[in-house]
Write a protein that binds this ligand. Sequence first.
Ligand SMILES: NC(=O)c1ccc[n+]([C@@H]2O[C@H](COP(=O)([O-])OP(=O)(O)OC[C@H]3O[C@@H](n4cnc5c(N)ncnc54)[C@H](O)[C@@H]3O)[C@@H](O)[C@H]2O)c1
Length: 334
Amino acid sequence: MTILITGGLGFIASHAAASLLESNQELVLLDNLCNSQESVHQKLEKLTDRKFPFYRGDVRDKKLLRKIFSDHSITAVMHFAGLKSVAESVKDPLLYFDNNVGGTITLLEVMQELGVYQFIFSSSATVYGVPEYLPYDESHPTKPINPYGQSKLQVEAILKDLAASDSRWAIACLRYFNPVGAHPSHLIGELPNDQPNNLMPFMMQVAAKQRPFLTVFGNDYETADGTGERDYIHVMDLAEGHEKALALIQKTPGMHIINLGTGKPHSVLELVRTFEKVTGESIPMQIGKRRDGDLPVYYASADKAKDVLQWQATRTLADMCLSSWQFQLQHLSS
Ligand SMILES: NC(=O)c1ccc[n+]([C@@H]2O[C@H](COP(=O)([O-])OP(=O)(O)OC[C@H]3O[C@@H](n4cnc5c(N)ncnc54)[C@H](O)[C@@H]3O)[C@@H](O)[C@H]2O)c1
């Protein structure tokens, strides 16, 4: 029983891999390194004291996928590989549909051809679009407002049809909210190859004096302190949610759509202040204009995850800030 993890050296997948390896699962990782580094493979082996194969390549490469499936007896796939910048998806939608939707179709075709039916997909809260009510629960209408969110919703639609076509498919679409934080070893964490798009890795670079200040995009939203509010979730909580999702699909085939969030929103300023308090570092800030397409506030209903997965996030905002910084310090000194 081996699990294939696509995008395996990326931020979330590497933490899921660490959790799964620590639970004695057999893994194979695939990544084209467009947003990660090969050194994460050695770090994962070091922190778990386990050896496992890594393939450098693209999820759209059918020949390579067939080779991976023939080299290993894969029974389940966790599909994290994807591009995730909303801004880039607006500029280059074809790139996003090709990678995120095309890549998933290629992977599913090979799985179907070889009779592997357990599939966990990294979906996103962006599938919901402008909130009609909050918290978003899984039956909230899905009207994504950018090509990235649309690419995730298209995959979900494909997965629904696939599950309906053959009862052997066992699929979990996990709609992540805002993952941050790092593994307790501080060996792995979020390390984007280019300029970060998300608040936490950007703030880490400001704290490390690699950037002069953090731009806060808008402080005139109708929120308690005027800045945007998001449902930040510790990446280790998210990783553990994947283990629960695997147990669910192994027991109950069909299609499952589940939010992975904490159910609690926190503002940009709250995140910055918490970071400053737990690390003692200061974050110079500038207030910028609102960004097109940013929502004032959104957060998850975490009820379904609690009922269906018997899972809920346990780590605090302080844990998220401290582990991110400890990873950053470890990375800077290595
Ligand atoms: N981080 C978030 O805020 C967030 C929120 C919701 C959903 N997601 C989704 O979760 C997944 C993982 O996100 P992440 O934050 O870890 O991003 P990440 O960029 O750190 O990880 C994605 C990994 O996939 C690899 N990859 C991309 N396209 C590939 C391809 N065609 N073939 C092989 N490898 C490929 C990248 O090199 C990278 O290592 C993505 O699908 C993303 O859309 C992320």
